[in-house]
Each structure stands twice: as structure tokens, then as C-alpha cells.
Design a protein around this ligand. Structure first.
Ligand code: ZN
Length: 240
């Protein structure tokens, strides 16, 4: 291995172990690789191992589809001859990926492509893609609502009431750390339209440290800490 970030160790049973220190991360990540995947699969099966590997041993499998969400933006819609057909294709593809997946929560994350301090790409409420979201067979919609251009919480009424809502209620872009009270305020606006049992708290999008969106990791932890504090306040104020 010529990458000096990794150290290679071979165990007595032949298993090769690669280790790499992540000084800025307060977590550990473990991956297990076996001789399987697209190069071992026929054309008709390609990708199936990847799918099953991703969802094995997890309780939630979340798929990101900002492309579908961008089709809520009139400017993006104008770039397509038939934007609804494009949205339908997104839905059909995701439904095919999750077909036959049982026993775990399947979620789709929809955002307008966030770029950290540089802001976001798309603008506009979810209404144009609601008919397509209704057809998506996921158990949870993860939707950003902190960003003003994502529109009003009232759209939640139009989503099937047997689905969970991963409610984006924490900003992931600016340096300002939302207070627990500010987060509680956003969630309580949403609770005017959807039952508390269906609501899960989320940041609007990922914090993406280290990529083009360079957010300090301590800032991300502070924001997530306040999200957890808001959840505690909400559980007290809105008991089951
Ligand atoms: Zn996102």
C-alpha cells in the first residue's frame, strides 16, 4: 500500500487490517471488505451486494436525493423538457433500490444542495414534488426546513400520515449556533401540521467537514448538542 495514511497489518489467519488515525474525529469507523461486489456480479445483479451490504446490521438506511429536491426549484425545472418525468424517474429508481428491504427504516434525504458558508443551490418549497414524494415507498422523509427557501411547514400535511418526518430544524451553513429554544420554536411550528409521534429531529443537511463545505467540527458538535437539548425540552412539553 503506497498511501502513507494507512498502516497495513496481516493477522495470523491471513486477514489484512488497514488502520488510519483520524485526529480531528471523535469517533471510530470500522469497515469489513470481502471478495464481493460489482466485479463479481453478473450484469443483472450488479449493485445488489452493495445495497445489501449498506443496509445489513443497520436500523436506518438513508438515501440522499438532492436531485429530486432540486426539481422543486422553478429555475431547475426550466432546464428540463419534462421535469415531472425526471422526478418520476428519481422515484422509480429509489423504489426499485429499496424493494424487498424489510425490518429497517428506509429514509430519503432531500435538500437543495448545501455548500456550507457558501449557502445553497436550489430554492423553493416542496409543493412541485409532493405528488412524487407521495409515491416514494420510504418510511421516513428527511426534509430541510431551517433554510427559509424551503417553504412552509404546512406542506407536511400533504405527505402520507403513515410516514415519519426527519425534520430539518438546525442550520448547517452559517457560523451562528441555533439555541435550543430556537430549534424548539421551529419544531413546534411543524407540530401544528404533523403528530409528534412522527417527528424526528435532524440538521438541515450534513456539515461536510473537510470537503468544499469547510465547517469546524466543534461548531457541528455544538449544533448537534443544542439539537439534543431541544429534543429534551420538547419531550417534557409534549409528553406522549
Ligand atoms: Zn443534504
Amino acid at each position: 500500500m503506497d498511501n502513507h495514511f494507512y498502516q497495513r497489518t496481516v493477522l495470523p489467519n491471513g486477514v489484512r487490517v488497514l488502520t488510519s488515525a483520524m485526529p480531528t474525529a471523535r469517533s471510530a469507523s470500522v469497515s469489513l471488505y470481502v471478495g464481493a461486489g460489482s466485479r463479481y456480479e453478473s450484469a443483472g445483479e450488479a449493485g445488489l451486494f452493495r445495497r445489501d451490504d449498506e443496509i445489513a446490521h443497520h436500523t436506518v438506511a438513508q438515501f440522499d436525493d438532492p436531485h429530486l429536491c432540486l426539481l422543486a426549484d422553478p429555475k431547475v425545472r426550466a432546464e428540463f423538457k419534462d421535469p415531472d418525468a425526471e422526478a418520476a424517474l428519481c422515484v422509480d429508481l429509489l423504489n426499485e433500490i429499496i424493494a424487498g428491504v424489510d425490518g429497517i427504516t428506509t429514509a430519503v434525504h432531500l435538500c437543495r444542495r448545501n455548500k456550507g458558508r457558501q449557502g445553497w443551490i436550489g430554492e423553493g418549497g416542496y409543493e412541485p414534488i409532493v405528488p412524487f414524494l407521495q409515491r416514494l415507498r420510504v418510511s421516513q422523509y428527511v426534509l430541510e426546513f431551517t433554510i427559509p427557501v424551503a417553504g412552509d411547514f404546512a406542506v407536511l400535511r400533504k405527505l402520507p400520515d403513515d410516514r415519519q418526518i426527519g425534520l430539518g430544524c438546525v442550520d448547517c451553513r452559517g457560523a451562528q449556533v441555533d439555541s435550543p429554544e430556537a430549534i424548539v420554536g421551529r419544531v413546534e411550528q411543524a407540530l401544528r401540521h404533523v403528530d409528534r409521534e412522527r417527528v424526528w429531529l435532524n440538521p438541515d443537511c450534513g456539515f461536510a467537514p473537510g470537503s468544499a463545505a469547510d465547517i469546524p467540527i466543534d461548531e457541528a458538535y455544538a449544533k448537534l448538542g443544542n439539537e439534543a437539548a431541544a429534543a429534551r425540552i420538547l419531550r417534557e412539553r409534549h409528553p406522549a
